[in-house]
Design a protein around this ligand. Structure first.
Ligand SMILES: C[S@@+](CC[C@H](N)C(=O)[O-])C[C@H]1O[C@@H](n2cnc3c(N)ncnc32)[C@H](O)[C@@H]1O
Length: 384
């Protein structure tokens, strides 16, 4: 498998070399006018059938049907807005706070357990997050969020698996935090809900998407928290962050652009499988490596990074992690260590279905009983 990983990274880097070919020497393929026009959603399904049936084998048919079915949401309670009545109302709907259930009501490890004690870093979850989901097999929906007495919305609806990268980042009080690809802002909001950010830099290359992020902050976060130089929203190219603010942050979230597998099967608009976006799609793993490398360079030695995607693709997940770690070692002599999240995965196994064979990181796979994800996340520590 290690050889496969290295070969995958090498292929990816080779493909990226294409970018250095001068434009005049590039050959542009002409499409025949009779060529049938397939919707991007169908092209996405064809692509996934080809690659994921190999990657997941017997598991693919069940992942496929789940991806094509309606997804489940979680309601992230807005700690800035509510007293306990929102949680009480969500409980009345028979939803449960999966975060606190996992952390405070977990089964004790058997005394004669052979498993090695996890390192404190992999064990620590970001605190103060409350997120309600319906139980396995219950496909009820949450009513839309409402504005509370303080004028702030009471909860934020998101794929509950999107909270896992934030939980895994393990924020500590007083942390300086960077969210490198932040818009539209679900994870930024969750980072703020922990109450741990001394300051938070939320960045996204797209200005229209940073406007959406700003609207989320306006609707969910009180002005004094937004104003006090604590939250900075920028629209820079995240790949430059290592040069802009190297060795600066305690925690960095790198939630990269990817093939957004579920979206690509359901929405024509902004679909990365449109023919016109083929090159962009092929270049994704290279962009992802560059963004992760920049995130690692922006982290203080001893600090932590979580890399995440909402794709099932090994090429965009574990290969990217391996590629970025190799790049930091070769070009900057910086050592990065992947953290074992086995213990973290066990905490949340009642709520999510995890792919059992990831080489590095964890992958939530869609399942009809728990139709969240896909969500890949990998936690790293910058050692030097
Ligand atoms: C998966 S989305 C992020 C979702 C977000 N973290 C959330 O939870 O709402 C990836 C984002 O990366 C942004 N992006 C793409 N290229 C980028 C770059 N070079 N630098 C920074 N952001 C980039 C896209 O605009 C997109 O909003």
């Amino acid at each position: 498998m290690a050889a496969l990983v290295v070969r995958g990274v090498r292929d990816m880097l080779k493909r990226a070399d294409f970018a250095t070919v001068p434009r005049r020497q590039r050959h542009k393929k002409k499409w025949a006018s009779t060529e049938p026009k397939f919707p991007a959603t169908r092209l996405a399904l064809q692509n996934f059938d080809m690659t994921y049936s190999v990657q997941f084998g017997d598991l693919w048919p069940s992942i496929r049907v789940s991806l094509l079915s309606e997804q489940k949401y979680g309601a992230l309670v807005n700690n800035f807005a509510s007293g306990d009545h929102v949680s009480a109302e969500l409980k009345q709907l028979k939803a449960r706070d999966f975060v606190n259930e996992a952390i405070f009501h977990r089964e004790p490890e058997p005394e004669n357990s052979q498993t090695v004690a996890p390192s404190p870093a992999s064990w620590a979850c970001s605190p103060n997050l409350r997120c309600f989901t319906f139980t396995r097999g219950d496909v009820s929906r949450f009513p839309p969020a409402r504005r509370g007495s303080l004028g702030l919305m009471d909860y934020y609806l998101m794929d509950a698996a999107s909270l896992l990268p934030v939980l895994a980042l393990g924020l500590q009080p007083g942390d300086t935090v960077l969210d490198l690809c932040a818009a539209p802002g679900g994870k930024t909001l969750a980072l703020l809900q922990t109450g741990c950010c001394r300051n938070l830099a939320a960045n996204d290359l797209s200005t229209s998407r940073t406007s959406r992020l700003q609207r989320v902050l306006d609707n969910y976060v009180p002005q004094d928290v937004r104003d006090k130089n604590r939250v900075r929203v920028t629209s820079w190219d995240g790949r430059k962050w290592g040069e802009l603010e190297g060795d600066t942050y305690d925690r960095v979230l790198v939630d990269v652009p990817c093939t957004t597998d579920r979206h690509s099967l359901h929405e024509e608009e902004n679909n990365i499988f449109q023919r016109s976006r083929k090159k962009e799609r092929q270049m994704l793993p290279m962009l992802q490596v560059q963004l992760l490398a920049a995130g690692l360079l922006a982290t203080k030695p001893g600090g932590h990074v979580v890399y995440s995607t909402c794709s099932l693709s090994h090429l965009q997940n574990e290969y990217v992690v391996q590629g970025a770690i190799e790049l930091l070692d070769n070009q900057y002599s910086i050592k990065v260590q992947v953290e074992d999240l086995t213990h973290f995965r066990k905490l949340f196994m009642n709520t999510f279905s995890f792919f059992p064979s990831c080489q590095v990181g964890e992958l939530v796979i869609p399942n009809l009983m728990a139709n969240f994800g896909p969500m890949y996340f990998c936690k790293m520590c910058r050692m030097t």
